[in-house]
Design a protein around this ligand. Structure first.
Ligand code: IMP
Ligand code: MG
Length: 445
């Protein structure tokens, strides 16, 4: 590998692999590239100098809007064709989309991109811009809107899962009673949507999760209008896929641990404790090496289902590059180790923003457990692990998270089992939930 190739590989390739349910990096960049063409050809920045300011040249804006809409409609049609193709097991040929964007994966729903663009254009004035072309964030938000339109319009949202840090609260913080996310989550419960908080934060006891989520849990306990079944419709899946807690009004922490035998999937039951320990030993040694070679101001934290490095004190910020390097080194070492090569136990090494963790399992398993827990006849307090009922399907599931791009990107893993929305802050989660509530309200009326 030449240095250049290694740089490209390390920084880009690992982020561009398969895509399930919706676009991530390469496809997002691809759409951004398509939108750049009309921007360059029709944006007419000189209009700003000719006394026809942005808002006084509606023709320019309308023309840009029309062309952006057309492009997104074309991509939407291409995705429809791709979906037809993916559902036809006898067709050995790739779709046109697959040829154009090789990293594209299967879709759980079609994506109404044109309508989503029109919605975001009303909010973000994308077509009115003369100097700033449609950006990565514009496309990310258009894809989010398309995904939630799809999940509410073509089917019914049954399960919403949320990451914790950066999605529900700021990194390292807690869900305080004043958080605007709380009334929106209660609203979902009122609409009989099940909620899973699927966080990498791995604690073995309920009090630790109560400390992070107390605003929401107290609001649920004090809510007069949520029915007992709706209150039972929230679970916390911690350590990616390692600890399950259900809401419990009677417990002082408002959560009670669910015995592992009630929720472990048959595949997870096959993970051998010796393999897990061996994998974590290799990860720990690799993390210690990184601390030494990169001179990281960090300490190792070993848990029964995870190992990580955290800053020596809360005021220290380890440089992003060092965190990313650590993830990529540890990932590689694990992949090449005998524990990793055997693939008997899945793991997720990721950059948490301030720390690096290697967890046993990943969020695809965590979301799967929620889908089974809330399956039609099981879950929701009736004690089923989904074996008797119909597991909630990917197209009826939405996972909201922030980690789709940084090394390891733990929320990205959830794409393989459900639709996803990629947010960048708790404020964006609030916007997304408002959009969702409006769409669900429209559907109900
Ligand atoms: P998430 O964003 O809710 O998935 O939480 C990720 C963050 O949880 C990490 O960046 C860590 O700061 C924190 N954390 C605490 N314990 C663990 C653990 O056992 N594994 C992974 N992350 C952990
Ligand atoms: Mg997060």
């Amino acid at each position: 590998m030449t240095t250049r190739y290694r740089v490209e590989y390390a920084l880009k390739t690992h982020r561009r692999d398969q895509l399930i349910g919706k676009f991530v990096l390469e496809p997002t960049e691809w759409i951004k590239g398509l939108l750049a063409v009309p921007f360059v050809l029709y944006s007419q920045p000189q209009g700003v100098f000719e006394g026809q300011g942005i808002h006084s040249s509606p023709q320019t804006r309308d023309e840009a809007h029309r062309r952006y809409s057309e492009i997104l409609r074309d991509v939407e049609i291409m995705i429809d064709d791709h979906i037809t193709n993916q559902n036809n097991a006898d067709n050995p040929f790739p779709s046109k989309l697959k040829l154009l964007v090789p990293s594209i994966g299967p879709f759980f729903t079609r994506l109404p991109l044109e309508a989503a663009f029109k919605f975001q254009d009303r909010k973000r004035y994308i077509s009115s811009r003369r100097f700033v072309s449609p950006s990565f964030n514009d496309v990310r938000l258009i894809l989010n809107s398309a995904q939630i339109m799809a999940v509410t319009t073509y089917g019914t949202l049954q399960l919403a899962t949320f990451d914790g840090d950066v999605t529900l609260y700021d990194d390292g913080q807690s869900l305080e009673p004043t958080s605007p996310v709380i009334p929106r989550l209660l609203d979902l419960l009122r609409k009989n949507v099940k909620i899973g908080i699927v966080t990498a934060a791995g604690y073995t006891t309920a009090d630790r999760y109560y400390a992070r989520l107390h605003g929401l849990l107290d609001a649920m306990a004090n809510s007069a209008d949520l029915t007992p079944t709706q209150k039972q419709s929230l679970v916390v899946m911690g350590g990616e896929a390692n600890y399950l807690f259900e809401f419990c009004s009677a417990s002082p922490d408002l959560l009670s641990p669910v015995p592992i035998a009630r929720w472990l999937t048959p595949e997870m039951a096959g993970w051998d404790e010796r393999d897990i320990d061996q994998l974590l030993d290799v990860a720990e040694a690799a993390l210690r090496d990184c601390i030494k070679s990169l001179n990281l101001p960090a300490a190792v934290m070993r848990k029964d289902r995870a190992v990580g490095i955290i800053p020596l004190n809360p005021d220290i910020r380890i440089p992003r590059e060092s965190l990313e390097e650590t993830v990529l080194v540890v990932q590689k070492i694990l992949e090449l180790s005998s524990a990793g090569r055997s693939r008997r136990v899945p793991f997720c090494a990721f950059n948490g923003g301030r720390d690096v963790f290697v967890d046993i399992g990943d969020k695809s398993w965590g979301v799967t457990v929620c889908q089974r827990w809330f399956s039609n006849s099981g879950g929701a307090g009736e004690g089923g692990s989904g074996d008797d009922g119909v597991t909630i399907r990917g197209e009826n599931t939405l996972h909201v998270g922030d980690q789709f791009l940084s090394a390891g990107a733990n929320d990205f893993r959830a794409r393989s089992v459900g639709t996803t929305a990629w947010i960048a802050s708790p404020a964006e989660t609030v916007d997304l939930l408002d959009e969702l509530a409006e769409l669900m309200g429209k559907k109900m009326s």
